[in-house]
Design a protein around this ligand. Structure first.
Ligand code: FES
Ligand SMILES: [Fe+2]
Length: 369
């Protein structure tokens, strides 16, 4: 079918999977426990080679892993707790700002102002067990740190709670990974299992969504009775509610509440390269204290994510010859909103005008899953 014909079918749009990068957001670069004092650790996000470490006080920093002198990897050098020394010609750079502190080869009468030379650097913060980097441009040019948004924080509703993390690489671009996150229709086919749900459990759903800054929210509601894990919460004998937010660039956050008990989780899909993403899942909870939730969550979570990994991998050869995908009403409406949000954000970045949100009020969607 020709694309022009596709557009003329009511309820169908087509979207190109261009995987365009979104600059100006926080992205998780590493797990906190991967960063040990004085060691330099590399990571790649949005095709930027990064070197991360900790200063003498333990505060994390992130530089572009490319020496401004001759592009040598700074990660091959060493950190003294304040500066990183490039091992090629010994130039030293401030670990946080990237400012050059010393060029050993220059003589005392040299006119070269080494403090005007910078290695690329990125704002860096730790939260919920991750080291986050704020990526505003690929070069690591300085940004006004006071003007950037606070680092994302997983919601928690009590002093004491447990937390667990899962990570997986998925071989696709960011758009495929993210639309996979918000696709309700694949659940009964891809995630069939005795503890979750079966294909026969498919039924009609109706959910209300509302616009939120940079995204949309599936408004707080009682979870579907055909999703297994929610059933466990019935033991508390209180009403269970769930609310799911998606916000740019890549973040799905779910809050499940049941009286004073709660379970929250967040999934991010961060581009490593154009064709590879890192999925990070973090969950926090204060329920089932008497039960070892963590190993179960990890085992089931791994299986669940592996099911998604497998379908996405098998989708790739097809996407090479057919990079546009059909988005149908209403099951694919969230994916469509994602592309619209992204286009609106990119347009506002380009023009400097405020971002125009694609949703102007609550919307009810209906689908079968
Ligand atoms: S390449 Fe780094 S000091 Fe020369
Ligand atoms: Fe899935």
């Amino acid at each position: 079918m020709m694309m022009s014909q596709l557009f003329s079918i009511p309820g169908v749009t087509a979207s190109s999977i261009d995987g365009e990068a979104l600059w100006g957001f926080w992205y998780p670069a590493l797990r906190s426990d991967e960063l040990r004092r004085r060691a330099l650790v590399t990571s790649m996000r949005m095709e930027i080679p990064l070197v991360l470490g900790r200063d003498a006080a333990g505060k994390a920093f992130a530089l572009r892993d490319v020496c401004p002198h001759r592009a040598f990897p700074l990660s091959a050098g060493s950190c003294d707790g304040q500066t990183i020394e490039c091992t090629y010609h010994g130039w030293r750079f401030d670990a946080h700002t990237g400012q050059c502190r010393e060029i050993p080869s220059i003589t005392s009468d040299s006119k070269l102002q080494c403090e005007r030379i910078y290695a690329g650097s990125f704002p860096c913060e730790e939260r919920d067990g991750y080291v986050w980097v704020h990526l505003a441009n690929a070069e690591g040019r300085a940004v006004d740190r006071a003007a950037i948004e606070p680092v994302p924080d997983l919601p928690k509703f009590s002093e004491r709670y447990r937390i667990a993390h899962l990570t997986a690489d998925i071989t696709c671009n960011m758009d495929t990974g993210i639309t996979g996150l918000m696709d309700p229709a694949h659940g009964p086919f891809v995630h069939q299992s005795w503890y979750w749900r079966s294909r026969r459990s498919i039924r009609e759903k109706q959910k209300t969504f509302e616009p939120i800054p940079m995204g949309f929210r599936m408004s707080s509601h009682t979870p579907s009775s055909n999703s297994g894990p929610y059933k466990l919460l019935r033991i508390y004998g209180e009403a269970v509610t769930t609310q799911i937010d998606f916000v740019l660039p890549n973040m799905r956050t779910e809050q499940i509440r049941c009286g004073k008990y709660w379970f929250t989780n967040r999934t991010t899909v961060t581009p490593i390269r154009r064709d590879l993403c890192r999925l990070d899942f973090v969950a926090a909870w204060n329920l089932f204290r008497w039960f070892p939730v963590t190993p179960f969550l990890k085992a089931f979570g791994k299986r669940f994510i592996a099911q998604d990994q497998r379908v996405i991998e098998r989708q790739q050869p097809g996407l090479k010859v057919q990079p546009r995908m059909m988005l149908i009403d209403d099951a694919d409406r969230q994916a469509r909103w994602y592309f619209q949000l992204k286009a609106a954000y990119l347009a506002s970045q380009q023009t400097g005008a405020p971002m125009v949100h694609p949703l102007d009020g609550p919307v009810t969607l209906r689908w079968r899953s």
